[in-house]
Design a protein around this ligand. Structure first.
Ligand SMILES: [Zn+2]
Length: 234
């Protein structure tokens, strides 16, 4: 990377409050403009290997993540446990609800999808006609439709500076074999996203469970935000 790092992301962009770093590939799919050449190069090579790569979810702003969070916290949207069963939030403490949401969904302001460096991907040509994309681990595991894609990405993504931050369960966020991160941007974002920075955006937000989140913020930061994989160049 020859780019000056401070050009990569501002604080506002880091926390999903400014999307001027994003290039839109269609109405709802955006990616950091500096990640676009690598994404294009990887897509072209994947095509030669037989994979029609698509981004299921790229950039997501703070408000969108806040809506997801509040819908889950209030019970409007189901929260599942690690076995995929729907939880009854009426029997749970706020502490338990926050932890359960964080297993699958990021804290608003701390989502890697704010950065534009992170994308959830799949191969369109491998999705069976009668099947809806779920983004669940079985789809990328042996016997799943995207198993060959998973293997190809494991072998090739790092050549394009992409890697899997959620390659395995580390006690925080669930395994996400579809979630790729573009290292030159993500590395920088990880460095500048401090607890103080998250605290300041959440203190002004209408987020449910705010007291519990603030109380637990250093634990959340350690277990769900910093607790991720890194790039391994082959
Ligand atoms: Zn993702």
């Amino acid at each position: 990377m020859t780019k000056i790092l401070s050009d990569v992301l501002s604080n506002q962009q880091l926390t999903g409050h400014d999307e001027s770093h994003i290039i839109w590939l269609d109405d709802c799919t955006g990616i950091h403009q500096q990640a676009l050449p690598a994404w294009k190069a990887m897509s072209e090579e994947a095509k030669l290997a037989g994979f029609d790569l698509k981004i299921a979810s790229g950039y997501r702003g703070f408000d969108r993540q806040l809506t997801i969070w509040n819908r889950k916290f209030s019970g409007q949207q189901a929260i599942k446990n690690q076995q995929g069963e729907i939880l009854d939030i009426n029997t749970m403490t706020e502490h338990e609800i926050v932890k359960s949401i964080l297993y699958f969904s990021a804290l608003p302001g701390a989502s890697r999808h704010h950065w534009g460096s992170d994308i959830d991907i799949y191969a369109k040509n491998l999705l069976p006609d009668n099947q809806k994309l779920q983004l669940e681990p079985w789809e990328f595991a042996e016997n799943g439709p995207f198993y060959s894609l998973s293997q190809w990405l494991t072998d090739n993504a790092s050549r394009f500076d992409f890697y899997f931050p959620y390659d395995k369960f580390r006690g925080g966020v669930a395994i996400e074999p579809w979630h790729l991160s573009y290292w030159p941007i993500a590395k920088y974002a990880e460095e500048i996203l401090t607890i103080a920075c998250i605290k300041s955006v959440l203190s002004n937000a209408k987020i449910l469970g705010k007291n519990e989140i603030m109380l637990e913020l250093s634990n959340i930061y350690r277990s769900y935000i910093q607790n991720v994989g890194s790039i391994h160049y082959g």
